[in-house]
Design a protein around this ligand. Structure first.
Ligand code: PMP
Length: 505
């Protein structure tokens, strides 16, 4: 055993002993910080509850905790870190502003830093919008930009109502909460968002999406629907917090047609889907839809707080000061954001997200075939969700060749007929969500050094939001750790089956 360090007091001690001492020290720092956090911070704290880690260093996809443990971060600041933690181009941009002596706080005054940010932002916008766009900087949270968007279209149309969708998440301020369904207000009408696995019509696919679109049309055109002509419609091209649900492109185009035909401004909330995340620079590009308004935050600030609304210039009829706020001029965020937008664009990271996302999804789908508790795997680009379901539900229904009861993970087999004689009209019957199992998967991931988030209507969707810079090796490590975590949870649930792959049916 080599002696490498001196203990306090000058006595040499073996390296193994000093390493153990060091580990105990870092553990106690880590535990002390967590103990003080739970004693002093709000009961409303969120991520900190499921992820008891104390990040002290981070680079790319890796976070190092105060306990010395390293984690692969698939939460990325709730989808904020397009380039991962502390990317060199972001750090360089921030340092440049700091070293230049530029003011850091300027309200909404013009600066060269802001000018460069707007130029880069407009460079990336869908062409139909870029040609006639205006931008309003908002208070530095996505939710404030949502409020601004509502105010904008209400001013422009003279109407008050808003259309939003089931499962939406737009933020935590009053108007955004209404649109997210957490408050009741006559001003927001909620319409069905298309989804395959838990389709409200029991159908899913193109047919389910078309029914959802027709419901929207009928609400708008039925003079007795109780819904007056609204000021706008807000939608997420892929619902994030709602459980990683990509809207079909045809449904997106239907929403564009329906709103355009009725002079209803369409607001795309790209707070989470923007900046390459879904495999296109903006998620609306997949469908070719040009919204009238886009709400942007998270990745556009390159890991620092920044939020804004961009919109067609003919909507720009609100009064000076209609949407104010002290912190609308964060120069460091604008510099970090400019560097991030340019890096994603120049390095075609959206395409990388599309390719890698497709590969990750197809590998994850094999989990749904292997494990009872994986009900659905879905996503777009590097916005991926794995829905965890009750493995027991329906288990007796399908005796298999090996004599064991098997539930089936694939959609097609999770159906029942409306009328048993009518095989043409099957209704989807997904197994119930399993939030406790999803939380167990999250815990097992963390034990294996993988940070994932939960979301979805029932908090039963394991969400992966890795940075767009994730390497192939890191993606493999993420998938291995997740598969291992799911296997461990399945094993705990069914010790006799050892949690491993089930026999094919
Ligand atoms: N819109 C969407 C689509 C979001 O995902 C979020 C945050 N998760 C928000 C708005 C609100 O952003 P913030 O938390 O910065 O207010």
């Amino acid at each position: 055993m080599t002696v490498t360090e001196s203990a306090p007091g000058g006595t040499a001690e073996p390296a193994g002993v000093s390493a153990a001492r060091h580990a105990a020290g870092t553990r106690s720092v880590h535990e002390g910080i967590l103990r003080r956090q739970s004693a002093r911070e709000s009961a409303a704290r969120t991520y900190a509850r499921a992820l008891p880690i104390v990040p002290v260093r981070a680079r790319g996809m890796t976070i190092e905790g105060a306990d010395g443990r390293r984690y692969l971060d698939c939460l990325s600041g709730a989808g904020t870190l397009a380039l991962g933690h502390n990317h060199p181009v972001v750090l360089e941009a921030i340092r440049k502003v700091l070293d230049s002596g530029a003011p850091l706080h300027v309200l909404d005054l013009a600066t060269p830093v802001k000018d460069a940010f707007i130029t880069e932002l407009f460079h990336t916008l869908p062409p139909g919008l870029a040609d006639h766009a205006r931008v309003q900087f908002c208070g530095p949270a996505g939710t404030d930009a949502v409020e601004a968007a509502f105010k904008l279209v209400r001013s422009a149309t003279g109407r008050t109502g808003m259309l939003a969708f089931t499962g939406a998440y737009h933020g935590m301020t009053a108007g955004a909460l209404e649109a997210s369904g957490h408050a009741f207000d006559v001003r927001v009408t909620r319409l069905p968002y298309p989804q395959d696995y838990r389709c409200p019509f029991g159908i899913g696919g193109a047919h389910g999406a078309e029914l959802a679109a027709r419901w929207t049309e009928s609400v708008l055109d039925d003079p007795k629907s109780g819904v007056p002509r609204p000021a706008g419609m807000i939608l997420e091209p892929v619902q994030g917090e709602g459980g990683v649900i990509p809207a079909p492109d045809t449904w997106m185009r239907r929403m564009r047609e329906i709103t355009a035909a009725r002079s209803i401004p369409l607001i795309a909330d790209e707070v989470q889907t923007g900046v390459g995340r879904t495999g296109a620079f903006w998620a609306v590009e997949h469908s070719g839809v040009t919204p009238d308004v886009m709400v942007l935050s998270k990745a556009i600030g390159g890991s620092l707080p920044l939020a804004l609304v961009v919109y067609r210039d003919d909507l720009d009829v609100w009064e000076p000061g209609a949407h104010a706020g002290t912190f609308r001029g964060n120069q460091l965020a604008m510099a970090a954001g400019t560097a991030t937008l340019a890096h994603v664009r120049e390095n075609r990271l959206a395409e990388r997200a599309a390719d890698l996302g497709t590969r990750m999804l197809s590998q994850l789908r094999s989990l749904a075939d292997e494990f009872f508790c994986v009900g659905d795997v879905r996503g777009r680009g590097l916005m991926i969700g794995v829905e965890v379901v009750d493995p027991e539900a329906g288990a007796e229904a399908e005796p298999s060749t090996d004599g064991e009861a098997h539930t089936d993970s694939s959609h097609d087999r999770a159906v029942r007929a409306v009328d048993p004689a009518d095989a043409q009209a099957p209704l989807r019957d997904p197994r119930p969500a399993a939030p406790e199992l999803a939380a167990a998967v999250q815990r097992e991931c963390l034990r294996r050094g993988l940070i994932v988030e939960l979301g979805g209507r029932h908090s039963s969707v394991v969400r992966l939001l890795p940075p767009l810079t994730i390497s192939d090796e890191q993606a493999t490590a993420v998938l291995d750790r997740l598969a291992d975590a799911v296997a461990a949870v399945a094993r705990d649930r069914h010790p006799s089956r050892r949690g491993g792959p089930v026999a094919p049916t």
